[in-house]
Design a protein around this ligand. Structure first.
Ligand code: SF4
Ligand code: FES
Length: 372
């Protein structure tokens, strides 16, 4: 009997676009190779975290033909992050009304247990659920019961957990399991009672815990050193690196600047909102880089970060670092203007002595009062 020769790549067609991918590739990763809207949204899958995916159902797709050998459609929508491609598979994502309808339903479910507190949430502007809600949400809710709420909890010196916003994607527990040396938090209880807990609020104080903030798709885990300091769309992200001595820290980060002040340091993200990879390894950063290096002098700045995500976060980002050219000399034939109004002297909005990024709390109007 002749042995069946398996093809070294599988042909898969997603939203009418055919590509070749290695066997074992998930439908989601195949769609990401095509890119753009063909890639389903993913709230729990994170390619750099083993075992992630299969929790949120936002990545549902329709399989219109299972494979060349068995072209029957799959009866139910499947989670693309957990379904591997077969040769000749035909998948529909944005071309399927069933998928769009189901995804609208998933968003409605996610929002049952998530407050619409974007106006006071630090994640606003870079929140994946906010983006998903804009694309698939409804203007009204059919939910009539009281939503579950939790008391905010400081887990360690750098992270605040606002469980009310958690969508139980499990990413932070995978980070703790896979890139920190000990995991002291997890998901306790089940169903409506399920919650992230540190059991007795034990501090998460290992060197890489800050990466949990980066993987959280919503505002459940926020950076205590940045909370309420600034809106993310008012800050200017620049790529920077430093020679970090911590093993496993890639030393490459994004600094979020306001003027010359470093308000926040995060890992660099790719177009899917995941940390970028370097030499095939995820670019996690250590807590020293993230929380202790808050001056531009600590870093070598490479240039403006290019944000490819379609979100509020990409608003107001100038593509060049150059200052506008001085035009007065040109229009006045080299003469100097006799009067030049300095609006800063008049408005006095930016007091030179007030370093907002250094405050250990949100800024208030008192910080701008004259200090006699
Ligand atoms: S805290 Fe954030 S990362 Fe952790 S499970 Fe909840 S939503 Fe996911
Ligand atoms: S991304 Fe696939 S189930 Fe969450």
């Amino acid at each position: 009997m002749s042995e069946e020769i398996k093809p070294s790549t599988f042909k898969v067609t997603i939203d009418n676009i055919t590509i070749d991918v290695p066997p074992g590739t998930t439908v989601l990763n195949a769609a990401r190779q095509i890119g753009g809207d063909v890639a389903p949204p993913a709230m729990c899958y994170y390619s750099k975290l083993q075992g992630s995916g299969g929790k949120c159902r936002t990545c549902l797709v329709e399989v219109a033909a299972g494979s060349t050998a068995d072209p029957r459609p799959m009866p139910k929508l499947v989670a693309s992050c957990r379904t591997t491609v077969m040769d000749g598979m035909i998948v529909k994502n944005i071309t399927s009304e069933r998928v769009i309808d189901a995804r609208n339903g998933v968003v409605e479910f996610l929002l049952i247990n998530h407050p619409l507190d974007c106006p006071i949430c630090d994640q606003a502007g870079e929140c994946h659920l906010q983006d998903l809600g804009y694309d698939h949400g409804k203007e009204t809710t059919r939910y009539q019961f009281a939503r579950r709420t939790f008391v905010r909890e400081d887990i360690g010196p750098y992270i605040q957990l606002h469980m009310t916003r958690c969508i139980l994607c499990y990413r932070c527990t995978y980070v703790a399991d896979q890139i920190t040396n000990k995991r002291v938090h997890g998901i306790v209880d089940r169903g409506d009672h399920a919650a992230i807990s540190t059991y007795i609020s034990k501090a998460i104080d290992n060197d890489f815990s800050g990466n949990m903030i980066d993987v959280c798709p919503v505002g459940a885990l926020t950076d205590r050193t940045f909370r309420f300091k600034n809106r993310v769309w008012f800050t200017k992200p620049v790529d920077a690196h430093r020679n970090c001595e911590t093993p496993e820290c890639c030393g490459k980060a994004t600094l979020w600047l306001r003027g010359e002040e470093v308000f926040r340091v995060t890992a660099r993200k790719d177009e899917w909102g995941e940390v970028q990879s370097y030499d095939g390894k995820p670019g996690w950063i250590c807590n020293t880089c993230r929380f202790d290096k808050k001056h531009t002098a600590d870093w070598q700045i490479e240039g403006l970060t290019s944000i490819s995500r379609h979100s509020v976060i990409s608003a107001n980002k100038y593509k060049v670092l150059e200052m506008p050219t001085e035009v007065l000399g040109a229009v006045l034939d080299g003469r100097k203007p006799r009067i030049l109004m300095d609006i800063h002297n008049i408005s006095e909005v930016n007091k030179p002595g007030v370093e907002l990024s250094e405050l250990q709390r949100p800024a208030t109007s008192a910080d701008f009062k004259e200090q006699d």
